[in-house]
Design a protein around this ligand. Structure first.
Ligand SMILES: *[C@@H]1O[C@H](CO)[C@@H](O)[C@H](O)[C@H]1NC(C)=O
Ligand SMILES: *[C@@H]1O[C@H](CO)[C@@H](O)[C@H](O)[C@H]1NC(C)=O
Ligand SMILES: *[C@@H]1O[C@H](CO)[C@@H](O)[C@H](O)[C@H]1NC(C)=O
Ligand SMILES: *[C@@H]1O[C@H](CO)[C@@H](O)[C@H](O)[C@H]1NC(C)=O
Length: 378
């Protein structure tokens, strides 16, 4: 059920024929490129002790064994361990930029993006093996996946953030720790990419980076590493709830395939939209928790509830009634050797969780979903 509620907050690149064509093209190219299957072996494992206060970093040969890689945890606060998986660029890493990828949600693991979207390997057929992905972004950039906020994916600890601005502080702290640990990557051009709820994360993180860079330049803060942010990118971004929420009813009524609701329910959605929009406006104007929670209630339970309770259209393909099948990569991340190889703490993480809905609910309960993150209002 939760997935149904999340429709549109979560990424979809699968929404048009053009994109479908593109994906088929990618799949074909990938099959042609290489069939190198990389089995998991004991040699991949090089781990040390775990602690809730210390970093734990390993360098495995999984996924993309031809490049230098690091994964594991950086401790960003007492009992707050943020998981990452870093791959050097396949070409000229010293002169490539650094690109960070964050999954959305809030609450999705960035391992989803690593294996299903932009990362260096795919898991197919045999669930204990991976093979190189031809069009991984690390063809041209050093690539860093971070599981954030704490509690998403393999990250763990007592720290619980409730808003995008709090999450940005933690990512910032992570970057400070990462660049301290790996100073050679700190001077590279940095590109910050995300999707879906990244429409909140990316502006919040970028704003913090720019503010702190200015303070560093003005000599107002010391012992902080300036971050060389050059660009931001967000796919399927959740950035302006008024525009995006309003489009739900239009899409239900009028899309390329068929109306998703009958005329009376469309009418009911248009009626409830009035209050939903009023509340989002208030949330934009006042930016108070109270106003934004009010929007959360009237927009989901009222307006959007009419859709979710009455339509059985597939989340990612409205021509069907199917949800997306559980992807094979999650099985790969259930293999204890894989987890040990990439430095996952086995005493805390007993099973890979693609989406941690507790995080999602913490963000909805703070009203964060309805805050606008566009320049003029942010
Ligand atoms: C994958 O590896 C795990 C751990 O070694 C093993 O239990 C499981 O049977 C393997 N699965 C396949 C399909 O080989
Ligand atoms: C988030 O909310 C929880 C529950 O209200 C609270 O315990 C926690 O301290 C909050 N986190 C932050 C970073 O303020
Ligand atoms: C349906 O959408 C198309 C494309 O946006 C638009 O041209 C058309 O006017 C819409 N029809 C109705 C009835 O809203
Ligand atoms: C906000 O909306 C979500 C659905 O996205 C719902 O699960 C949650 O209970 C709502 N929270 C509040 C405080 O209304």
């Amino acid at each position: 059920m939760i997935l149904r509620k999340l429709y549109l907050l979560y990424t979809s690149f699968f929404s048009s024929k053009l994109v479908l064509f593109f994906i088929l093209f990618i799949l074909t190219t990938e099959l042609l490129l290489t069939d190198l299957l990389l089995p998991v072996t004991h040699d991949d494992i090089k781990s040390g002790a775990f602690s809730s206060l210390n970093d734990h970093i390993v360098s495995s040969k999984l996924c993309d064994p031809r490049v230098k890689q690091y994964s594991g945890y950086l401790n960003i606060a007492p009992d707050a361990n943020m998981f990452f998986w870093f791959f050097e660029s396949r070409k000229n890493p010293k002169n490539s930029p650094l690109t960070i990828w964050l999954s959305g949600g809030p609450g999705y693991s960035s391992m989803f993006a690593l294996f299903q979207e932009v990362g260096p390997c795919k898991v197919k057929r045999n669930m204990n093996k991976s093979r190189l992905a031809a069009n991984s972004w690390n063809e041209v950039t050093n690539l860093l996946f971070i599981d954030q906020p704490i509690g998403a994916g393999f990250s763990y600890g007592a720290r619980m953030v409730n808003t995008s601005e709090q999450a940005a502080l933690d990512v910032y702290e992570f970057l400070q720790r990462f660049f301290t640990m790996f100073p050679k990557y700190a001077s590279l051009d940095l590109h910050l990419f995300s999707e879906s709820y990244g429409g909140h994360y990316v502006p919040a993180i970028a704003k913090l980076i720019i503010q702190n860079n200015n303070l560093i330049k003005a000599g107002k803060i010391k012992d902080i590493i300036p971050i060389n942010l050059k660009s931001c990118g967000i796919g399927s971004a959740w950035v302006d709830p008024i525009i995006q929420m309003r489009s739900y009813v239009n899409f239900a009524e009028n899309n390329t395939y068929k109306p998703l609701l009958g005329p009376q329910l469309i009418e009911a959605m248009r009626d409830t939209w009035i209050l939903c929009k009023y509340n989002i406006d208030e949330c934009y104007k006042t930016n108070t928790k109270q106003a934004c929670i009010a929007a959360n209630i009237t927009c989901w339970e009222g307006y959007n509830g009419i859709f979710t309770q009455n339509s059985d259209a597939g989340l990612y393909d409205i021509r069907t009634k199917n949800d997306i099948p559980v992807p094979i990569y999650t099985k790969y991340l259930e293999n204890p050797f894989v987890l040990e190889s990439i430095g996952v703490n086995p005493t805390v993480i007993t099973k890979y969780l693609e989406f941690n809905e507790e995080i999602y609910f913490r963000f909805t309960d703070s009203g964060d979903l309805y805050v606008i993150f566009k320049k003029e209002s942010f």
